[in-house]
Design a protein around this ligand. Structure first.
Ligand SMILES: CCCCCCCC/C=C\CCCCCCCC(=O)SCCNC(=O)CCNC(=O)[C@H](O)C(C)(C)COP(=O)(O)OP(=O)(O)OC[C@H]1O[C@@H](n2cnc3c(N)ncnc32)[C@H](O)[C@@H]1OP(=O)(O)O
Length: 224
């Protein structure tokens, strides 16, 4: 069965140089917008200054809207096999709400990231929103499955919030536990400097269309 999700896996024919150029152009824009999101929450300037700042933002929007796409970014790749999921809500390079900047892989298959969650990810006062923790774990557990050779969609994500997760510096990590047929079982956690705050077990299931696509690649593509 052809799955409509495949229509969002597109070879856009860009050269590696063009991809690098896009990264250099749009990455810093994402960083600026990320800072703006936090400023919108934290600024204490008065109404006149807010009005002036909004005029500048309107001018910036007018420029950016001159040439834009509609709809989701999807997953794009080129002839040399570089994959981009730059719209991804957890890790996308062009997504200003994505909290993860990049991931590390260890030789033993452990995947981890060190992140700093600012006040825009707040749930309980001063602490991380539980849904944001789930977002982080879904991504890093999914990446651990993929990097171990078993990419899949999240079938089940079981989360145990063991203690409150403070905003600030956190480590998120995950590792493949076992594989049964099309199901990859992955375990992971979020920790602060004093230990584990949130634990998770995920079951990542390779849909049939993904198994077919995966088999046509020499190795599982690494999104950038
Ligand atoms: C050009 C392609 C390139 C390929 C390489 C790609 C690189 C990929 C890059 C990146 C990878 C991803 C990294 C991202 C991380 C973030 C992931 C997300 O946030 S995903 C969004 C949230 N998840 C969904 O929206 C899923 C929605 N659900 C579904 O699509 C289906 O239900 C799916 C695929 C999960 C299962 O559907 P079925 O039709 O394949 O499953 P059936 O055939 O019924 O069952 C297979 C086995 O799985 C069990 N199963 C089915 N559903 C289950 C579930 N929900 N939980 C646990 N087990 C389940 C069944 O009991 C069965 O087990 P038994 O083989 O009998 O032992």
């Amino acid at each position: 069965m052809t799955d409509s999700i495949l229509e969002l896996y597109v070879n856009d024919g860009l050269s590696d140089e063009e991809i690098d150029q896009q990264r250099a152009t749009y990455g810093p824009l994402t960083g600026d917008v990320r800072e703006l999101i936090q400023l919108a929450l934290q600024t204490r300037v008065d109404a006149d200054d807010v009005a002036r700042a909004r005029e500048h933002l309107a001018a910036a929007r007018e420029i950016l809207e001159r040439d834009r796409e509609d709809g989701p970014y999807g997953t794009r790749f080129n002839d040399s096999g570089r994959f981009r999921n730059w719209g991804n809500a957890a890790i996308g390079l062009r997504n200003a709400i994505a909290p993860i900047g990049g991931i590390h892989e260890d030789d033993d298959g452990r995947v981890w990231t060190d992140i700093h969650l600012g006040p825009v990810y707040e749930g309980p006062a001063g602490h991380v929103h539980g849904g944001v923790s789930a977002l982080l774990l879904d991504q890093i557990l999914g990446d651990a499955a993929r990097i171990s050779g078993y990419p899949g969609m999240t079938g089940t994500l079981a989360i145990r919030y063991r203690k409150r997760t403070p905003l600030g510096a956190l480590r998120v990590e995950a590792k493949l536990d076992r594989v049964e047929g099309r199901k990859a079982f992955v375990v992971g956690h979020i920790a602060d400097s004093e230990g584990i705050c949130v634990e998770a077990e995920g079951i990542f299931i390779a849909p049939v269309w993904m198994v077919q696509q995966r088999d046509s690649f020499a190795e599982i593509p690494r999104p950038e």
